[in-house]
Design a binder for this molecule. Sequence first.
Ligand code: GDP
Ligand code: MG
Length: 162
Amino acid sequence: LSTARSASTATMETTYIMIKPDGVQRNLVAPILERFLAKGYILRGLKFMNVSKSLAETHYSDLSAKPFFGALVDYIISGPVVAIALEGKDVVAQARKLIGATNPLASAPGTIRGDYSIEIGRNVIHGSDSVENATKELALWFSEGLVDNNPVLRSQTFADRP
Ligand code: GDP
Ligand code: MG
């Protein structure tokens, strides 16, 4: 059963995207942001920040029993990240498609991980995996709230407007 939604029924969503420390150190912030913004998603949050160990552990709490959990937390706190909130139709699932599979060896060329990474432990970017988790992650990383970004300009296509 396909979970894809048609354009007419797709819901407006906001997802949490994070350029991980390796992506920042490798100067991939601009090319990664360019992909999402050029596609048409709307920025609702953007910040450059260091991550505390407790924030990293909370973000990845679902993976706390995994053998790589300690290494994952150390990776995420190894340098600053770029936290991003993006809004658009079906953006949670669509962003995961643009990001590619978790293991870069399985991520298709043309995806962010497929183009920019080799190691699963250095896969440059995070994206929420469900609307429910996006809501949780946005509350965790953007507890101050999101930015109301030009709702009038994007509420209809320009052709619809007088
Ligand atoms: P994602 O949603 O595609 O990011 O994948 P997961 O939620 O399953 O895992 C979160 C992150 O943990 C991944 O993006 C990887 O950075 C890391 N990770 C997942 N599996 C492994 C693994 O087997 N080994 C290591 N070292 N890291 C892993
Ligand atoms: Mg995940």
